[in-house]
Design a protein around this ligand. Sequence first.
Ligand code: ZN
Length: 317
Amino acid sequence: METVRGLHHVTAISGPAQENVDFYAGVLGMRLVKKSVNQDDPGTYHLFYADAEGHPGTDLTFFPWPQMAPSRAGYGLSTEVSLAVPPGSLVFWSGRLQKFGVRLHGAEVRFGEHALGFDDPHGLRLALVESGSSLGRPFTSWLGSPVPAEHQIRGLEGARMSERNLGLTSQFLENAMGFQHLGTEGEWHRYGAAGGSSGRYVDLREMPSAPRGAWGTGSIHHLAWRVDEEAHQNAVRASVETAGAHPTPVIDRFWFKSVYFKEPGGVLFELATDDPGFAVDEDPKHLGEALVLPPWLEAERAAIEAALPEVVMPGSD
Ligand code: ZN
């Protein structure tokens, strides 16, 4: 059985880039580790937020597409990403988010862990989860963060997906990607990546009578799952193809190698390698400060920079 290692990154669609930077760097205190462009649409930023070193499994990324309509709720979408914080941190976070006017959905307990749900400024649903396993993860605190190191976001915890047919997706996760069913709580069915140390969880909900969801601002665009290196990536790619998915060839994203496919319910998945990582093309001390382009777009740098809106880093509060 080929098994992914948990979430590598989650990519979502945001509104204006500056508002996205202000929220994820300024309010959530994550480090902007890479400022690049969408490689298929170089007039759009691709912004990456993570821990100080950009460890795989800590990374939330955005395409700011402010001209898009808002996300349309329904099946076939990943509808929430959760982020791990250290046990005991939610009191701090609840106060901080309210100070910035963030609308909270209230505290809850999910599969035994305390969680706090809220929306980002463009409607992306997020949750902070007090994760007992978060303290053992590879994590480097970000000294430039407005959030004290002991409360900083440790990385990705999990994602939620809404499906028209639970069985099709759950069988695919179990048989082609190595997930295990961990439990059911209310309408949510939890699956875990057996070998993962970060972002192990995906929670599925069946919505047979809902309409098909559609991407828009506030949508999760795709969930990327960790693979060790190219041999492991090829093995998982073959496994999902055998199970009926239609994976792309391996695409070089420069900081990792990627394969994309849709799971049977329509959610876009990616398989991303851990290496080489974000320090391959920037000094680790200065990650995210300059616009980084893949080599094949360098010749168009002047035109690309002219088309992108200026973004400035938020000041400390
Ligand atoms: Zn991706």
